[in-house]
Design a protein around this ligand. Structure first.
Ligand code: CTP
Ligand code: MG
Length: 394
């Protein structure tokens, strides 16, 4: 496919990071570092294709830790140095005839959308450019632990990635540089081949996760902000629902069919657990309740499966730039017994919400034979959802 391609280099071993798992596959927030990086490029409206350069031993690891991208990116294998990995990536794109490429480190998941856009604009107008940030600290030169001289920071920039080039130009620069394996970035390769390169100012948040301390910093950044750097705030929502029993042979609870001597009465499949949880998420968003989005009077919801209500609420969280942190559902009934089904319910709710099962809790209690649940006239459910949303000014 011609157009603009991202080449993500992810074949390094992370020796400075010091963990047996290469750093790009380490979890950061709810996914791996590499998966977060790929999301930035796959969500960018101007990127036409993504190529990931991985280590030959990491193929299975890649599919496990980037499940959303398994079938959406092209893969090739890297070499012993970053320079060789990039060159392999560029060669693997020859058939695609890209106009421009953005070469980016897998270990930089905090790249911002507007920096990508500005780099693309330059590359598409025939200019090579790199993301870079001005040096802000005073600089000292030392070979031991004593300062030997002060170095002026005037005019000094720290090179980051992406580095963007018209495709043919950077491919031929890498061909020329192939005998020398000492270039640590592609700007150095392009400069060696005689090309001018301009700077696109980027922020200091675009760190390259290099050491274990960088991962702590990145984890703190992701806790407080989304990956675009917006400050996040926590919201909690509460949901409650009741359905009565009628003639039947099973109930649907938390997305799972459970055999029972009766069924729950309702316009949809009457899944009280999912209804309470949908309301909890809508409550956290301050976006009404399940009835305002799916009126029981509307015939199209007759017999509907309730997972679509929950998917709607999940998608609303995503559309607002938020994420679901934790959900907790309590089912109140004498029968059926929930314990034997708890695991499959947890799994199903995690699937619907697209979060880890470790963030889903399902509890059950009887009401000691008191009240309508105690008399087995129906089932009640309560749910609490915790989400993060970009903080609003009001
Ligand atoms: N990279 C690569 N092939 C290599 C070396 C590095 O694709 N032979 C990639 C890394 O996976 C990383 C990026 O280039 O995304 C930047 O490299 P760096 O941060 O140095 O990562 P590592 O080489 O893995 O780490 P270290 O230098 O500490 O071993
Ligand atoms: Mg390296």
């Amino acid at each position: 496919m011609p157009g603009i391609w991202a080449v993500i280099v992810a074949a390094g071993r992370g020796s400075r990071f010091g963990s047996p798992l290469p750093k790009q596959y380490t979890p950061l927030g709810q996914e791996s570092i590499l998966s977060l990086t790929l999301r930035k490029f796959s969500q960018h409206r101007l990127i036409n294709g993504i190529l990931v350069v991985i280590h030959p031993e990491d193929i299975e690891l890649f599919h496990q830790s980037c499940p959303d991208f398994s079938t959406r990116v092209k893969l090739t294998t890297g070499g012993d140095t970053r320079q060789v990995s990039v060159f392999n990536g560029l060669k693997a794109l020859e058939k695609e005839c890209p106009t421009s490429v953005l070469i980016h480190d897998a270990a930089r998941p905090f790249i911002k959308e507007d920096v990508i856009t500005r780099l693309i604009e330059k590359a598409e107008s025939g200019e090579a450019s790199i993301a870079a940030t001005p040096v802000v600290d005073s600089l000292k030169f030392s070979t031991g632990m004593t300062i030997e001289k002060n170095i002026s920071r005037d005019g000094l920039w720290q090179a980051q990635t992406p580095q963007a080039f018209p495709y043919d130009r950077i491919l031929s620069a890498h061909q020329q540089a192939a005998g020398r394996n000492d270039f640590t970035d592609d700007a150095a390769v392009a400069e060696y081949a005689g090309h001018p390169i301009s700077l696109v100012e980027s922020g200091r948040e675009n760190i390259k996760i290099t050491t274990a301390d960088d991962l702590i910093l990145a984890r703190n950044m992701i806790k407080l902000t989304d990956t675009d750097g917006h400050l996040m705030e926590s919201r909690t929502g509460l949901g409650y629902d009741v359905h009565s029993f009628e003639e039947g042979d099973h109930v649907t609870l938390c997305g799972v069919d459970v055999p029972h001597s009766r069924k729950l009465k309702g316009h949809s499949d009457a899944d009280v657990g999912l209804h309470a949880l949908t309301d909890a998420l809508l409550g956290a968003l301050c976006e009404g309740d399940i009835g305002s989005h799916f009126p029981p009077s509307d015939p199209q919801w007759k017999g509907a499966k309730s997972d679509q209500f929950l998917i709607f609420a999940r998608d609303r969280v995503n559309a607002r730039g938020g994420k679901i942190i934790h959900v907790d559902v309590t089912l109140v009934c004498e029968r059926p017994k929930i314990g034997p089904h708890r695991e499959s319910m947890t799994k199903r709710m995690a699937e619907i919400l697209a979060i880890s099962p470790t963030r889903v809790s399902i509890k059950a209690t009887t009401s000691e034979r008191l009240g309508f649940t105690g008399r087995e006239e129906g089932i009640a459910a309560q749910a609490v959802a915790t989400i993060q949303l970009p903080a609003s000014a009001d």
